[in-house]
Design a protein around this ligand. Sequence first.
Ligand SMILES: [Zn+2]
Ligand SMILES: [Zn+2]
Length: 259
Amino acid sequence: MIDSHCHLADDAFAADLSEVIERSKGAGIERVLVILEAANAEEEAQAEKTFRLWPVVRAAVGVHPHHAKQFAGNALGAVDAVRTQIARLPFTRAIGEIGLDYHYDLSPVPVQQAVFRAQIRLARELKLPVVIHTREADADTIEALKSAGGGEVKGVFHCFTGGADLAKAALDLGFHLSFSGILTFPNAQELRNIARQVPLDRLLIETDSPYLTPAPHRGERNEPMRMTHTASTLAALKGISVDELDTATTANFHALFRP
Ligand SMILES: [Zn+2]
Ligand SMILES: [Zn+2]
């Protein structure tokens, strides 16, 4: 199984990174995509350490909408930061996470939009997929992908929690949807209904660890080995075995991000 979105380079894993990796392998996780915030030197160092410990890891680099404000009036600065870091980390396979978050609203909306669009254009130029973070910004996210991506940029809506309309719009654009431990939460019935309808060849799974610990472990730090709970929930929804889900999501991951 592949964890398509985790933050193993986060501080939360600094103290016991090698144990976390060993537990991941023990749980059958064969690869992870580590999400990195561009221009964060500590994260970059920990990502290199992660890669040394576990050479199958791959990375995504981007400026998250929460951090877009550092590049107010300077969206090209964000692009430079991402481009430079990609050049330093040859195991990078995607630009992300990037997007719009109007829920937490930690950066002004026009700044989020400018930084998001600039990074979509970079993905188009570099022919890299994008990892999308979107919250309460459905229409603007789709519009930005259409106009700045020009139909050429593909990727994944990570930790999908949107409604049926956003799911359809994302699938129509050729994107994948990735489901996290939220799928296991008792109150996520609507999300489970959406997940059931996503075609098998567009599904990915993730932990978003250290966040979003699935039931029955809520309250603990999340880590890649916890993805098994999400996988069995999603397999049951699709009416297939965990093995079949694993085969499909692994193939989807490789097709999108390249091994
Ligand atoms: Zn996110
Ligand atoms: Zn994340």
